[in-house]
Design a protein around this ligand. Structure first.
Ligand SMILES: [Zn+2]
Length: 174
């Protein structure tokens, strides 16, 4: 049964949301952080590459997120199951149409689409494609709460940071 997404941001501080985050943190801290950032709309879509059981999926859905498990292949022809989640069915569809049943690849084209879906600034994605982890001027404690590597003198990352910090603090308070 599909679960209807709740109104964006309406219950950001609600008790139920905090309960979901707390339970997700028990599964994995990073999963809970991704869920919160996606719930907040800072990430249009997130991908979880480790296994996730029904309880984990239900917690994401209770937070108002749509979830889908996507089958991928790797070179050894082994199958991998990714979990993607988003507030928007359009992003889920985009990911599924492009990546379902395809081999995992790290091409520039894939990194650009993933960056778009994951809410990474395009300037940072481009820099990363040309030179991964190039030195930036971001303090280490700010870089570590991001999922993208900020480009040098990024104009967008400093605008995102306050929202990421707010989510990170909420996560730690749950
Ligand atoms: Zn940038």
């Amino acid at each position: 049964m599909p679960v209807m997404p709740r109104e964006p941001n309406a219950d950001f501080n609600s008790q139920e949301l905090k309960q979901c985050i707390k339970a997700l943190k028990e599964i994995d801290f990073e999963l809970a952080y991704l869920a919160l950032l996606t719930c907040e709309g800072l990430k249009p879509l997130s991908r979880w590459e480790k296994p996730l059981d029904e309880q984990g999926l239900q917690l994401l859905q209770r937070m108002g997120l749509l979830t889908k498990q996507i089958q991928r292949t790797v070179k050894t022809s082994k199958l991998i199951l990714e979990t993607i989640f988003s507030r928007s069915p359009g992003y889920i569809q985009l990911y599924e149409q492009r990546f379902a049943n395809t081999p995992i690849d790290k091409s520039a084209e894939t990194q650009r689409l993933e960056g778009f879906l994951f809410g990474y600034p395009a300037c940072c994605v481009n820099q990363y494609i040309h030179r991964p982890y190039a030195p930036n001027n971001l303090p280490a404690e700010e870089q570590k709460i991001l999922f993208h590597w900020a480009c040098r003198d990024c104009k967008i990352t400093p605008l995102l940071l306050p929202a990421y910090k707010k989510a990170y603090n909420l996560l730690n308070s749950c």
